[in-house]
Design a protein around this ligand. Structure first.
Ligand code: ADP
Ligand code: MG
Length: 698
C-alpha cells in the first residue's frame, strides 16, 4: 500500500484533521489509516455502555460498569503487588479500587473524601467486588458532568494511540465529514427506501456513536440496520467490480466456433464409457458458449473424479473442428504430463496433433514445439504456466482451459486473458476446479464467471472409507498396506507437511520411503516429490500407473488430478495440518476403481479441538461441497480459496459467512446499479476497493 492513498475526491492534503500531527499520523499509518476517510472506516470492534451509573449493590462480577461514589478509605500496602487500595462507597454499597502502580498526579485524586466516577470490569476480589485500574474521573459536586449519551466505541488500537485518542479523532472526523460535504450518497433513493436504510453518513455516525438503545449485543453481531447498510454497500461494490470485469470481457469479440459435432461424435465412439448426465449437461453449456461471438468465461466445478477431463477434451475438439487451437494449462508438471498422455491417447486416433510444453522441455524440442504452436500445426497444446510466457505465440488460439486452478485470483484470471489475447479476438476461457466452492463464496468471488457444476460421479464408484488414526498406531497402518499390496492393489503414502519448505518436505518424504522400505521389504516402493526432475517424476508416476510399483510415497505434489484406478489405499500423515479441501483432494486419488478403497488419516497427538472436528468431518462425509462449506466455516474464505486470494477477499466491514443472508439483495441491487445508475459504479468501487478496483478495466 502506498503511503498516501487516493480518496474518492482526489487527494487529501497531508492529513487535514484537527488533532493529527506528524507523530499521530505515524501511529495511524500503522493501522493503515492514511486519510480522514480511512479513519471513518476504522470501525469499532466492540462497544461499552457508559450511559448509566450503576448502583454498587447491583454490580455483577464480570460485567463492565460505571459507578460513582466517595472514597472512604485509602491504604497503601507495603507488601504484595498492590500499591494502592481504596474503598469507594455510594448509597447502596461499597467496592474496592485496586492499583498496582500509581502516578503522582493520581495520588492527588485518589484521596479520602473525593468523589469519583469509575469505569471498568467488575470482579470478585478477596474482600468483595473490586475494579482493577479503572478509568476514573474526579467529580466536583458543584460541577456535575452528565453521563455519556452514546455507547462508547472500542477501536482496534496500536501502541502510542490510546482508545481515548482514537475516540477523539473519530469524533473530529465525523464533524469533518459533515462540514466538508464528503462521502456523497451512492445508493439510489429507491433502494434506501425499500431496504429501510439510513444514508451513508447517518450510518457512519451511528456506528461510531450508537445510541444506547442500539444494544451492545446487536452491535456485536452486526445486526443493526446502519451496520447492515455499510456491509451491504461494501458487498455491492465488490459485486459490481466483478460484474464490470465480466461485462468488459463480454464486450470483446471471440472466435465464434462451429458446433464441433463431427469430431465430438468420433471421439465419443472411441471412449470406453458414456458420459454421465451431469457431464452431458455441462458439456452442452460449454458448447453453446463457444458458438457465441463473445468470449466464454466459465468455471466448471466438479468433485475429484467427476470426469472433468473429458469435458475439456470435448471443448477442445470444438475449437479444432473450427480450425482453431486450444490450450490447457495445469498447475503442476506432473498433472500436465498426465493430461498429455491422456489427450494423445484420446486425440491422436482422430488425427489431431497434440503437443506439450513446460519449463522442462529441452531446447531443441522446445524450439520445435514453439514453432508448431506459432504456425498452427499444433492443434491441442498442453502444459504448465510455461504456455503463457512471452516466447509462446499461438497462431489461432480460440480456447484456453485452466485446470485445477481454484488458487487463481481475479488478477491472475485477467492476466491470462491478456496473454491469450490477439488483436482481433479474445480466446474463450474455461476454468476447472475440483475444489467445490461454497455457494456464498462462488457468488461473491467468482461473479465474473459463469458457473457449471458436475454434481454426479461416474457409475461404479464405491465411496472411500475414512479412518482417523493416531500416529502411535503406525504399525497397524503398515500392516494394512502390506495386505493391500499382496492382493495386487496399490497404495499412496502422503508425507508429513512439517515445514513451509519444499526442501525439508522432500527430505522427509525420502526418509519415509527409506523407512517404509525397511519395514516392507517385499514391496516395490516409488517416490515422487517436488524437487525431482520432471523426467524422474514422470518415471515414478508411470511406474506406479502401470503397476510396476506397489506403494507410492509422495509429498502433496500429487494433490491434483493424478489418476490410478488400481490404487485403493491412501495414507496421509500429519493430516491435522492440511486443510479439509486439500485432504479431500488427496483422498480423491483413491476410490477410482470398482474395489472398496480406504483413506487413513494419521495424526500426531495431542490433537486440538478444532483439528479433531475437522478430521471428523472428513470421516463423516465424502461430499466435496459439504466439506468445503465446513472448511469455510472453520477456517474462513482465505484458506478455502488458497492464501493468494486473501488480499482480494479482505473486506472492511463485511464478513461473507456472517453476512451471506443479504447476498441475494446485494445481487439485485448490483443489477439495478449496472442498468440504471452507472454513474455510481466508479465511485462505489473506488470507495470500497480503492486501487484494487482498477483491474476491472480490462
Ligand atoms: P477429474 O474430474 O477429477 O479431473 P478425471 O477427468 O480425471 O476426473 O476422471 C476420473 C476418471 O473417471 C478417469 O479415469 C476418467 O477416464 C473416468 N471417467 C470420466 N468420465 C467417466 C464416465 N462418464 N464414466 C466412467 N468413467 C469416467
Ligand atoms: Mg482433473
Amino acid at each position: 500500500m502506498c503511503a498516501k492513498k487516493q480518496n474518492e475526491s482526489g487527494t487529501v492534503p497531508a492529513f487535514g484533521l484537527r488533532g493529527v500531527g506528524k507523530q499521530i499520523a505515524k501511529h495511524l499509518a500503522r493501522l493503515e489509516i492514511y486519510s480522514v476517510e480511512d479513519l471513518l472506516f476504522h470501525l469499532p470492534f466492540r462497544y461499552q455502555d457508559r450511559t448509566q451509573i450503576e448502583a454498587m449493590r447491583l454490580l455483577i462480577p464480570g460485567s463492565e460498569a460505571v459507578v460513582e461514589g466517595v472514597i472512604k478509605r485509602v491504604s497503601m500496602p507495603q507488601r504484595g503487588r498492590t500499591k494502592l487500595f481504596c474503598d469507594l462507597t455510594d448509597d447502596t454499597g461499597t467496592i474496592h479500587l485496586r492499583f498496582f502502580h500509581v502516578l503522582p498526579f493520581q495520588l492527588d485524586i485518589l484521596k479520602a473524601g473525593n468523589r469519583l466516577r469509575c469505569y471498568s470490569t467488575v470482579r470478585q476480589g478477596p474482600s468483595g467486588l473490586e475494579m482493577v485500574h479503572p478509568e476514573f474521573q474526579l467529580i466536583i459536586p458543584e460541577r456535575q458532568i452528565p453521563v455519556d449519551q452514546h455507547l462508547t466505541p472500542v477501536y482496534p488500537a496500536t501502541e502510542g494511540l490510546s482508545q481515548h485518542m482514537l475516540r477523539k479523532l473519530a469524533l473530529n472526523a465525523l464533524v469533518w465529514m459533515e462540514n466538508e460535504n464528503r462521502f456523497q450518497e451512492l445508493l439510489p433513493v429507491s433502494l434506501l427506501q425499500s431496504m429501510k436504510f439510513p444514508t451513508f453518513k447517518e450510518a457512519l455516525q451511528y456506528v461510531h456513536r450508537p445510541p444506547r438503545e442500539a444494544g451492545i449485543a446487536c452491535l456485536l453481531e452486526n445486526k443493526t440496520t446502519p451496520q447492515k447498510r455499510l456491509v451491504f454497500e461494501e458487498l455491492l461494490a465488490h459485486r459490481i467490480s466483478l460484474l464490470q470485469i465480466k461485462n468488459a470481457f463480454q464486450a470483446q469479440k471471440s472466435a465464434q466456433l462451429t458446433d464441433g459435432g463431427r469430431l465430438s461424435q468420433a471421439f465419443r465412439e472411441l471412449l470406453p464409457f458414456r458420459l454421465t448426465q451431469a457431464q452431458e449437461r455441462v458439456s452442452l453449456e460449454i458448447r453453446h458458449d463457444l458458438m457465441k461471438s463473445h468470449p466464454m468465461l466459465r468455471l466448471v466445478q466438479g468433485d475429484v473424479g467427476s470426469g472433468k477431463t473429458v469435458i475439456a477434451a470435448l471443448a477442445m475438439l470444438q475449437a479444432v473442428e473450427s480450425e482453431f487451437q486450444a490450450a490447457m494449462m495445469a498447475p503442476t508438471e506432473l498433472l500436465a504430463e498426465q493430461h498429455y498422455r491422456v489427450f494423445r491417447r484420446w486425440l491422436e486416433p482422430l488425427d489431431i496433433n497434440v503437443v506439450f510444453l513446460s519449463g522442462s522441455v529441452k531446447a531443441r524440442e522446445r524450439a520445435a514445439v514453439l514453432k508448431s504452436i506459432a504456425n498452427g500445426r499444433a492443434q491441442v497444446v498442453l502444459g504448465t504456466h510455461a504456455l503463457f510466457q512471452e516466447e509462446v505465440n499461438f497462431s489461432r488460439l480460440a480456447l484456453v482451459i485452466v485446470d485445477e486452478q481454484h488458487r487463481f485470483g481475479v488478477h491472475q484470471r485477467a492476466l491470462l486473458r491478456e496473454k491469450g489475447m490477439r488483436s482481433d479476438y479474445y480466446p474463450h476461457q474455461l476454468v476447472m476446479t475440483a475444489t467445490p466452492i461454497p455457494r456464498t463464496l462462488a457468488m461473491s468471488f467468482y461473479a465474473d464467471l459463469d458457473c457449471s457444476v458436475i454434481d454426479e460421479l461416474p457409475p461404479g464408484r464405491t465411496p472411500v472409507m475414512t479412518s482417523v488414526i493416531a500416529n502411535s498406531r503406525r504399525d497397524e497402518v503398515i500392516a494394512r498396506i502390506r495386505e493391500t499390496c499382496q492382493q495386487g492393489r496399490q497404495a499412496y503414502w502422503v508425507c508429513p507437511l512439517i515445514e513451509e519448505s519444499e526442501v525439508l518436505d522432500c527430505q522427509a518424504a525420502t526418509k519415509t520411503a527409506e523407512d517404509l522400505q525397511k519395514q516392507l521389504p517385499e514391496l516395490k516402493i516409488g517416490l515422487v516429490h517436488g524437487r525431482m526432475g520432471s523426467e524422474q517424476k514422470e518415471q515414478a508416476m508411470r511406474a506406479f500407473q502401470q503397476g510396476e510399483t506397489d506403494l507410492l510415497i509422495a509429498t502433496t505434489v500429487i494433490e491434483v488430478g493424478v489418476d490410478v484406478p488400481n490404487a485403493s489405499v491412501m495414507v496421509i500423515e500429519n493430516a491435522e495440518r492440511l486443510g479439509l479441501s486439500q485432504l479431500h483432494q488427496l483422498r480423491g486419488r483413491v476410490g477410482r476403481g470398482a474395489v472398496a478403497s480406504h483413506c487413513l488419516l494419521l495424526y500426531q497427538q495431542p490433537l486440538s479441538e478444532l483439528a479433531k472436528e475437522r478430521l471428523t468431518v472428513m470421516r463423516e462425509t465424502t461430499d466435496g461441497f459439504r466439506i468445503a462449506q465446513r472448511d469455510l466455516e472453520l477456517r474462513g474464505p482465505g484458506e478455502v480459496l488458497g492464501t493468494r486470494q486473501t488480499g482480494e477477499l479482505s473486506f472492511r466491514v463485511a464478513d461473507l459467512m456472517r453476512d451471506s443472508d443479504i447476498l441475494p439483495q446485494v445481487h439485485k441491487a448490483a443489477e439495478l446499479i449496472m442498468q440504471q445508475h452507472q454513474e455510481m459504479i466508479d465511485p462505489l468501487i473506488r470507495r470500497w476497493l480503492g486501487n484494487k478496483g482498477i483491474y476491472g478495466k480490462v
